[in-house]
Design a protein around this ligand. Structure first.
Ligand code: 1YM
Length: 645
């Protein structure tokens, strides 16, 4: 691209623009949260958001996102095209305002929804400021208009560069993230984008979003997301590896106090709740007024129904919110003109009116639905009553353990070989599969800082168990007391006794299954441990190679190949394939898997940008439907290829 001399003097406006963009480049964290992987992906969402807004306004039906070979990203929509006319106040074309003036965004055109709180909606100018270069093309009146920017600054004026079909309209934006800003990583992850874009498509019914990975010209990957049913299909998707207890997905929608409300729900036979709430298509993991309104409505409505229809007897207590939400999958989505966000991370909706709007719409329409569908109403009420009884039993079991631990002075589980250091920062705990491997680990460990907790056999699948069974389970009780944090309402991260919780299982299918069971338990009962980065997976080797009294270890097949090339493929090579941790003696276990100087640990993280996908991953892997599990494993083959499946 040519670098054109600008034909205007720098006036006060231009200086302000430069100062604005410079502020973004100086403190990118203020605008996109982080310059790590999450911030990098955020750039794409910002541009896509503008296209989605155009879809919400009713002018755009297809959004195309392409990852290019040079690591740039192209986003194309078939909307009206960003306006190219002169903006009188700024004295430059509107599109230039959008890309160079901080916080311009959709506010300019009025209408549509733009989020003003939190990290979101900071818009195209921030992406532009953080890009090495950005090009925008607008298709209008049979012409292609183009403008280019470098590090946020106009490098070529807006002008016509060619013709297009007269009917064609839309916007095309291509940008290359600036590597001097995104130093940690500048590679886009297809899966991360896929999850968020799928979510966006669910939330905007009818909209078609196409994601294409064209970085490897040999094999292009294309995924298309298009859901005519919107969040109704979202619920079906979330429940696809669970067993729904009735066929219909309940759907409620309406508008109150200028707030658009959409809710979809369906119960499954599991015992966990999976509710996700959104404001203007953005996930609110901490909930807020909209979620409170939703929960109020369903608790109240189901209680009213159960009382009126004598499913709940006069002398029986009300169903609690938790009871009616057992096994519930729900999407609560609201659209608000100027949402207020609260909380430390600004991810909690504070707008008071949202509570009443959701409560009203859901109460009214759910009441009507239950009257019209008594069979479904009965199924849900009966499940809730069972949940109520189980919760009662669980409370008694929990109170018992609480009292016991109070008397025992918090006695630690007998099987735990604790470390002597008492500073959690220095301490780690290995959760080890099986007593024999546990024995080796106890001998091998560094006593000062490494604690060992052996678990017997497979632990309970918390996805398929009611609370009373979970609290009664010895392995789970042992973990809870060893960690020291307590769970649920009692959870206190400051009481964590080890800053590394390391899951150590065999490198085979059973081991992978046990790891998943453990992770499921941690995710459901102590998600903060994962979110704050305290959970790790140990990596035991798969092979031992011996030659001339020397020993090497290989952690996967590729590594073994490489090793064989390095040391030579001789007759006297002795290769041992470890079937389990138990085959290693204490010294080997220390050398390969536990020695902090040499071992490799994998930190367990989650893609918080698409929270609903994490849930799905666990239920897909742990649920009882085989087909989705097979699909999942195939789709994610590169993560599990060393699992021998
Ligand atoms: C690939 C990214 O940005 N599409 C897009 C943006 C806008 C419009 C249409 C648009 C909005 C309005 C009127 C309006 C924007 N326009 C503005 C502003 N795709 C992408 N498509 N006409 C066109 O909101 O009234 C900001 S975003 F401010 F110039 F109107």
């Amino acid at each position: 691209m040519e670098n054109e001399k600008l034909d205007f003097e720098y006036g006060a406006d231009q200086i302000q623009i430069l100062e604005g963009l410079e502020a973004v480049r100086k403190r990118p964290g203020m605008y996109i949260g982080t310059t790590a992987s999450r911030g990098l992906h955020h750039l794409v969402y910002e541009i896509v958001d503008n296209a989605v807004d155009e879809a919400l306004a009713g002018f755009c039906s297809v959004i195309d996102v392409t990852l290019n070979q040079d690591n740039s990203v192209t986003v194309i929509d078939n909307g009206r095209g960003i306006p190219i006319g002169m903006n009188q106040k700024a004295g430059i074309p509107a599109v230039e305002v959008v890309f160079t003036i901080l916080h311009a965004g959709g506010k300019f055109g009025g209408g549509g929804y733009k989020v003003s709180g939190g990290l979101h909606g900071v818009g195209a100018s921030v992406v532009n400021a953080l890009s090495d270069w950005l090009e925008v093309e607008i298709f209008q009146d049979g012409k292609i208009h183009r403008q280019r920017y470098e590090r946020g600054i106009v490098s070529s004026k807006l002008r016509v560069v060619g013709d297009c079909e007269p009917e064609k309209t839309g916007t095309k934006v291509t940008f290359l993230p600036d590597v001097t800003i995104f130093q940690e990583t500048h590679t886009f992850e297809f899966d991360v984008l896929k999850q968020r874009l799928r979510e966006m498509a669910f939330l905007t019914k009818g909209l078609r979003i196409i994601l294409c990975d064209a970085r490897d010209p040999e094999k292009e990957i294309k995924r298309e997301f298009h859901y005519e049913g919107g969040i109704k299909e979202f619920v079906t998707y979330l429940n696809r590896s669970k067993t729904a207890i009735y066929d219909t997905v309940l759907y409620f929608e309406g508008k109150k106090n200028n707030i658009e409300v959409e809710v979809a729900i369906q119960h499954n036979d599991s015992y966990v709740e999976s509710s996700y709430s959104f404001v203007n298509n953005i996930n609110t993991p901490e909930g807020g007024t909209h979620l409170i309104g939703f929960r109020n409505a369903i608790t109240k409505t189901f209680n009213d129904y159960a009382r009126t229809n004598k499913i709940l007897k006069d002398n029986e207590p009300n169903l609690s919110g938790e009871d009616v939400r057992e096994g519930l999958t729900a999407i609560v989505s609201v659209k608000i003109e100027d949402p207020q966000f609260e909380g430390q991370t600004k991810q909690k909706l504070g707008t008071t009116e949202a509570r009443g709007a959701v409560d009203n719409i859901v109460s009214e329409q759910l009441t009507y639905f239950l009257e019209q569908n008594p069979q479904i109403a009965k199924i849900i009420c009966e499940k809730s009553i069972l949940a109520q009884r189980a919760r009662d039993a669980a409370r008694k079991a929990r109170d018992l353990t609480r009292r016991k631990t109070a008397l025992d002075g918090m006695s630690l589980p007998g099987k735990l070989a604790d470390c002597s250091d008492k500073d959690p920062k220095n301490c780690e705990i290995y959760i080890v599969e099986g007593d024999s491997a546990g024995g080796s680990a106890k001998t091998a460990r560094s006593r000062a800082t490494q604690a060992i907790l052996p678990l017997r056999g497979k632990i309970l699948n918390v996805e398929k168990s009611r609370l009373d069974r979970i609290y009664g389970n010895a392995e789970i009780k042992a973990m809870i007391t060893a960690f020291g944090t307590g769970i649920h309402d009692d959870f206190d991260i400051d009481k964590l006794r080890y800053h590394k919780i390391i899951i150590m299982t065999d490198a085979d299918v059973d081991g992978a299954h046990i790891s998943t069971l453990l992770l499921t338990f941690l995710y459901r009962f102590m998600p903060e441990l994962i979110k704050q980065g305290y959970v790790y997976m140990a990596q035991p080797p798969l092979y031992k190679l011996e030659k001339n009294k020397k020993t090497w270890y290989a952690y996967n097949d590729d590594e073994l190949e490489r090793l064989l090339i390095e040391v030579g493929r001789d007759q006297n090579n002795k290769i041992q394939r470890y079937k389990g941790l138990g085959e290693m003696d204490a010294t080997q276990l220390w050398d390969t898997t536990m020695d902090p100087e040499k071992r490799v640990l994998l930190k367990v993280t989650m893609n918080e940008e698409a929270e609903s996908e994490i849930d799905l991953t666990f239920t897909t892997l742990m649920g009882d439907k085989v087909e989705p599990r097979r699909e999942f494993i195939e789709e994610n083959a590169r993560f599990v290829k060393n699992l021998d499946i």
